[in-house]
Design a protein around this ligand. Structure first.
Ligand code: GAL
Length: 418
């Protein structure tokens, strides 16, 4: 062995590594709200993939489901002229950020990676501003699910409900048997999440669109809306006194532990069951929220990317964008997160029955016109209108306001927010 030659080669190699790191490796600072057990596990996958390519990840996690707190932090950072490299922003809010002129154009990555071909246009339309990519989609979550602990139903001799009438029958039995029928988190976004599932289930997708997407006064203040509001408020009878302020994952954990029978929540709840080592079908069951079978309220997570001056930061940012829609991330992340891949060409083998059902339902709902954007999760309306709806829903849920008053208040509050 020629030690001199070996030493020389090593030195060249070390130099090359140092050189290549300083040239290509950069840092991404990522603002997101994925802090629950299942969420943190999922986002760590992206961090790992970026680090594998030599980049570093500065975590800017802001706790608070549905990102209300995260959005406040993001606005403050942007106003101070110090936005992160990437931030979790969804739906129409992407357009608002793009209008500010702060976002990076991701077209080169998108073109190279063929995003237009891999991702359905219902999704890419949301990610583009004036025809250019300014955001990367991560996944598809379905909102209108009901998560059940079957053993609680068995102990209470109750049947898992598919209608709201059956729900009341089951909830009474579960309560009488000493369990909490509904694990509920009393936060505005969670109330809105349950509310929109009731609306689409009871009044149908076409009505949902008129009321919570197009915000037509005639739909907002209508007999169907009043009925849905009453059903939504009825659920409250079957929640516990500690519900106000409870985080969504704490509510999920009540179902996991068998303290509560069911939770109405999007399928990020599945991420908690998965992180707790629970098996679908046996330990827990997920079926559509009552009367909502055949409809699909979608929620697509995405990251907007802010313009970067620094070349290495740009490269890290582009790598992040590429990796998010890469096969590896789409598979492993979504299995952990409870969502389904947002692009085509991902092997289905590692997904469970709930995810496979969600994939089929997404396609069927898209074909039937029952695929609807989630209002509660910022997919349907601009943030100001969403905030107005949240306000009325939460006031109605937490006060003596009648359903009739709430329906009328939707119209005035939304008009004032527009
Ligand atoms: C949603 C988001 C999900 C999940 C949930 C709870 O808005 O799309 O990915 O994180 O909030 O935090």
């Amino acid at each position: 062995m020629n030690f001199k030659l070996l030493a020389k080669t090593m030195a060249v190699l070390i130099l090359f590594c140092v050189f290549s790191t300083s040239t290509f490796a950069g840092q991404v600072e990522v603002l997101h709200w994925w802090t629950s057990g299942g969420e943190a596990k999922s986002v760590a996958i992206l961090k790992g993939l970026l680090e594998k390519e030599g980049h570093s990840w500065k975590d800017m996690a802001v706790a608070g489901g549905a990102g209300e707190n995260a959005m406040t932090v993001l606005k403050t950072r942007a106003m101070a002229g110090n936005p992160p490299t990437a931030a979790q922003v969804k739906g129409p809010a992407i357009q608002e950020w793009a209008r500010e002129g702060l976002l990076a154009n991701l077209d080169p990555v998108a073109k190279k990676e063929n995003w237009d071909k891999l991702v359905p246009s219902v999704v890419t339309d949301i990610m583009k501003y004036q025809g250019h990519y300014v955001a990367v989609p991560v996944n598809v979550h379905k909102i209108n699910w009901m998560w059940c602990n079957p053993s609680v139903f068995i102990k209470a001799k109750a049947k898992i409900p598919t209608t709201w009438a059956e729900f009341e029958t089951a909830a009474k039995k579960i309560k009488a048997a000493g369990f909490i029928p509904v694990a509920f988190g009393g936060q505005a976004w969670q109330e809105a999440t349950v509310f929109e599932s009731v609306v689409i289930g009871q009044a149908g997708a076409a009505f949902y669109k008129k009321a919570l997407v197009d915000t037509e006064p005639g739909a907002l203040n209508s007999p169907q809306m009043i009925k849905a509001l009453k059903t939504f408020k009825m659920i409250k009878k079957y929640t516990d006194k500690n519900a106000p302020g409870r985080d969504w994952n704490m509510a999920t954990s009540m179902v996991i532990k068998g303290e509560a029978a069911m939770q109405f929540m999007g399928d990020w709840a599945k991420g908690e069951f998965t992180a707790a080592g629970k098996n679908p079908g046996t330990d827990y069951v997920a079926i559509p929220a009552p009367e909502s079978a055949g409809t699909y309220l979608f929620n697509i997570d995405s990251f907007i990317m802010f313009k970067q001056k620094d070349k290495s930061a740009q490269q890290a940012q582009n790598a992040m964008a590429r990796l998010i829609l890469g096969k590896k991330f789409q598979e492993v992340f979504n299995v952990n997160k409870g969502s389904i891949p947002v692009r085509s060409g991902i092997a289905k083998a590692s997904f469970d029955d709930i995810a496979l059902r969600s994939m089929d339902e997404f396609a069927a709902a898209a074909a039937n016109g029952t695929l609807m954007p989630s209002m509660a999760h910022g997919m349907a309306v601009y943030p100001a209108v969403q905030g107005a709806i949240y306000d009325v829903v939460t006031e109605f849920y937490n006060s003596d306001m009648t359903a009739k008053e709430a329906a009328a208040k939707f119209v005035t509050t939304i008009a004032a927010a527009k």
